[in-house]
Write a protein that binds this ligand. Sequence first.
Ligand SMILES: Cc1cc2nc3c(=O)[nH]c(=O)nc-3n(C[C@H](O)[C@H](O)[C@H](O)COP(=O)(O)OP(=O)(O)OC[C@H]3O[C@@H](n4cnc5c(N)ncnc54)[C@H](O)[C@@H]3O)c2cc1C
Length: 430
Amino acid sequence: MAHIVVLGAGVGGMPAAYELRAALGKEHRISVVGDGPRFAFTPSNPWVAVGWRKPDDIGFEVAPYLAKKGIEFRDQPAVEIKAAENALVLEDGSTISYDYLVIATGPRLAFDEIPGFGPAANTHSICTTPHAVEAWVAYQQFLKDPGPIVVGAAPGASCFGPAYEFAAILDADLRKRKLRDRVPMTFVTSEPYIGHMGLGGVGDSKGLLEAEFRQRHIKWITNARPTEIRANEISVTEMDAKGQPLTEHTLPFKYCMMLPAFTGVDAVRKVEGLCNPRGFVLIDKHQRNPKFPNIYSAGVCVAIPPVEATPVPTGAPKTGYMIESMVAALVHNIQSELAGHEPREVATWNAICLADLGDTGAAFVALPQIPPRNVTWAKVGKWVHPAKVVFEKYFIRKMKTGNTNPVYEKYVLRALGISRLKAGPNVVES
Ligand SMILES: Cc1cc2nc3c(=O)[nH]c(=O)nc-3n(C[C@H](O)[C@H](O)[C@H](O)COP(=O)(O)OP(=O)(O)OC[C@H]3O[C@@H](n4cnc5c(N)ncnc54)[C@H](O)[C@@H]3O)c2cc1C
């Protein structure tokens, strides 16, 4: 019998646990170790921050649902990974040993990289649901006495989509409230151009998102390096194409939400030889750590090099479907290893993203996500907003039922040529 421990009960960890359960015989034990009792559907956080969702709409306590599938849950964050001893030390001092470890711990939010940054200082965040709740409280105060808004993403950020979404959602919400005329808005981003998104663009994402921002009177500063954020004011150095200072800006604000750079979480980043210098888990093409081959990883916590050098550093995003493809590969590979074979499955890292823009949206398909690509497609349309609402309900239901690869995904996406695993002589799609 093998014990497989999944670290992190998020968008990567929950499907990993369910898919491991479905793939492995009952003789194998599967546990999830979480930091808190709840799953939260992070992509809905921007809606929580404007009061369009309550935290209970987008999350639930995981233990009973995992238990139905025979998966144990420990609500105790890991504080140390003793990789050489195949054991985790949890916050309560207990240890849990494993034969295989799946790290799906998501990001640590690096607010400490800019003075005055983050919800403990002068800006709001939508990165976690508790942050989004705080942002909603502040937004309600803001609505009583509106003024300038700054939204954006910091140097080293890799997750740009939610910044675009939040700027457009705020714009849509303020228009509905007939307050938009009192709110100058500026988008401040480390990207070299609008729509780059850490990906060198997807199709004409530059043209599409610039047009959206122009239509919505949202000004922007690209190649932006915020130097300090004070209460109600941000100092930003705009860099030129060579990464040299070009223009200094001081922007007043009454409400500011900026996405930070990510690093690996402490318990993961301090393991010698497991991670790159930013604390992201090093993996081979089979999602397996080269130094500790019984450690696999999926999600935001894995190390992926930036798509291209940019004047201000940007990272490559790890999006939901890409994460699901990482999960599919690692589940098959652990299954192979338990059967005495070498891992052989490789994730496609395809991306299908729906970015909600409040009353419309942008859809992106990038196969694979990292260029050069076989397929690139981007479109703005009103249908994206309801489609994202449907996807939210669908994903949360999937995380409750444990049916992680329903018929729709298996056949419809495959008919569209979108699969989670790279085709090859030995490959069986999950
Ligand atoms: C605001 C926002 C919106 C996004 N929207 C989209 C979108 O629309 N589409 C898309 O494709 N992608 C989106 N993403 C990107 C990505 O899909 C999400 O970030 C996704 O949640 C990443 O999944 P994950 O499992 O890597 O991390 P998470 O879902 O964050 O899960 C990590 C889990 O690990 C837990 N954890 C951390 N440390 C420990 C520890 N020491 N011990 C135990 N547990 C621990 C955390 O509490 C958390 O539950 C968005 C990201 C953000 C931040």
